[in-house]
Design a protein. Structure first.
Length: 142
């Protein structure tokens, strides 16, 4: 069981370095031709930070080599879908800056049913949540 200190530290990482997103992607296997996915990402030049997040909460790490000589390489820790919802539920009491995004993300992921086709109304709500999230994530919007 993780302590409040660990939860608070993790929330600080998400508030400062993290992104909470609802991604809309082309998906030929879906009737409508696209699908939505909840994703939480932390991008950082410190590999240890991403490895620590993976050890604590699961997810994956992607390495991105810098294309510029003076820039450092970047590591991205990612967690998606139900695992991302559970992660956000765990740290939401400690979030400050990204609390509204976490609330939208949790509501979005909680409405998903495994293997059931989405109704037209559900698709409209998914798009509304994605747009709401995008607005919150825009620069200068708090």
């Amino acid at each position: 069981m993780k302590t409040g200190i660990t939860k608070g530290y993790t929330a600080g990482i998400i508030d400062g370095e993290g992104s909470i997103m609802i991604i809309k992607s082309k998906n030929p296997t879906c009737k409508r031709g696209y699908s939505y996915q909840l994703k939480v990402v932390v991008a950082n030049t410190n590999e240890w930070l991403c490895q620590w997040l993976k050890m604590q909460y699961g997810g994956t790490i992607q390495y991105k080599k810098s294309k510029k000589l003076q820039k450092k390489d970047i590591y991205e820790w990612r967690i998606v879908s139900t695992q991302a919802r559970q992660f956000l539920e765990y740290i939401i009491p400690y979030l400050i800056i990204k609390k509204a995004q976490a609330e939208i993300a949790i509501r979005f992921q909680s409405s998903r049913g495994r293997g059931k086709p989405r109704t037209n109304n559900e698709n409209i709500l998914d798009e509304a949540e994605r747009i709401r999230m995008r607005r919150l994530n825009s620069k200068g919007v708090h």
